[in-house]
Design a protein around this ligand. Structure first.
Ligand code: ASP
Length: 343
């Protein structure tokens, strides 16, 4: 007869072995507990750009991704993380959002942003704001403090005053580099005598026009969120608004996917890019990668741009049809990867 203490010891060892096995299988079957993707736009440097310039972008991308990783590790919500990461990009002059935004045809800045929470479908957006330092936070306030989804122009500015978000002069967003690009775009437009409403952008509009920032997240609870912010296209006219504040086009999250896009906004609106990717996963049985490839390489034209996305299992995707896309991926399995081009 084994002694009672031996029986207790045996039972405890069995319990421990079962617990370890259960933990292993949870980790294995459920994939990463959290996952994050970021992008800083599809309008990248030339491949031939000096390595110091590329290093600068990589450092900024790593900083934003590290912040997201730390916040997710400590259990913050997907919504809080996407907002915090996009604010970092908005404050960084290297990217076309917030400080460093492109100029419109009049030499001013008009900023667009949107944010969405997957499990509630709550969303908010602003378009054409001129004095809001961090448009993504105003978009979140539209989502949380109003019954509306999208506020634009003067109305959005009035709402900003009511909420007390940080304001700046429009010139705060200026950078030398973006001014040079505007001058180049306007010169080329004049040379080509671009017709009013010309369907195609001039080549340099395309070359320098991209740039937007975004973040998608699956948090530890399995909730998804997406946030996207931009200055739009260089030399834009007539109050032009792109896809970034259009829910389902440049930004979208539901219980299945979260998607953020960058590129020719008109194309993203036409093809409802972000929602189409979600619908392919939700109703079409496609994996996130299949859905993203079908839309980015099937529906869009070469050089239109790209997307980042995460699904409810924590699978991450970054797909683009441009030369490159500033991007980064991280998850709780240890992945931490920042890239500009294919390799
Ligand atoms: N999609 C943005 C827009 O069209 C621009 C970009 O991503 O570069 O406003």
């Amino acid at each position: 007869m084994p002694s009672p203490s031996r029986v207790v010891l045996f039972a405890l060892s069995l319990l421990l072995a079962l617990t370890v096995a259960a933990c292993r299988s949870v980790t294995h079957d459920d994939g990463p507990t959290w996952a994050i993707a970021i992008h800083g736009g599809a309008g990248t440097l030339d491949r031939a750009a000096p390595s110091s310039a590329q290093a600068e972008y990589r450092a900024s991308l790593s900083k934003a991704l590290e912040l997201g990783r730390e916040r997710l590790r400590r259990g913050d919500s997907a919504l809080d993380v996407v907002e915090a990461v996009v604010r970092v990009f908005e404050d960084d002059p290297l990217f076309n959002a917030g400080k460093g935004a492109v100029f419109n045809e009049q030499g001013a800045h008009e900023l667009d942003a949107s944010i969405m929470e997957g499990h509630t479908l709550a969303c908010g957006a602003v378009a054409g704001v001129r004095t809001v330092k961090n448009p993504i936070s105003l978009a979140r306030l539209v989502m949380e403090k109003t019954r509306h989804v999208l506020l634009m122009g003067d109305g959005a500015e009035q709402f900003a005053t009511l909420t007390g978000v940080e304001r700046v002069e429009n010139s705060y967003f200026d950078t030398e580099y973006r001014r040079k690009v505007l001058e180049e775009v306007l010169r080329e437009r004049q040379l080509k005598g671009a017709a009013l409403g010309a369907a195609q952008a001039a080549p340099s509009d395309v070359r320098h026009g991209y740039g937007t920032v975004g973040c998608v997240v699956r948090d530890q609870k399995g909730n998804l969120a997406a946030a996207t912010s931009t200055g739009g296209l260089t030399g834009k006219r007539w109050g032009r608004v792109g896809d970034t504040p259009v829910i389902g086009a440049g930004n979208y999250a539901d219980a299945f996917v979260a998607v953020s896009g960058t590129g020719t906004g008109e194309q993203f609106i036409r093809h409802t890019v972000a929602r189409s990717i979600g619908a392919r996963v939700q109703f079409g049985g496609q994996t996130l990668q299949q859905a993203a490839d079908a839309v980015v390489h099937g529906s869009l034209q070469p050089d239109d741009g790209g997307i980042i996305a995460v699904d409810r299992h924590g699978n991450l995707v970054a797909t683009y049809n441009s030369t490159g896309m500033y991007r980064g991926l991280a998850d709780s399995s240890g992945l931490f990867d920042v890239r500009i081009f294919d390799n």
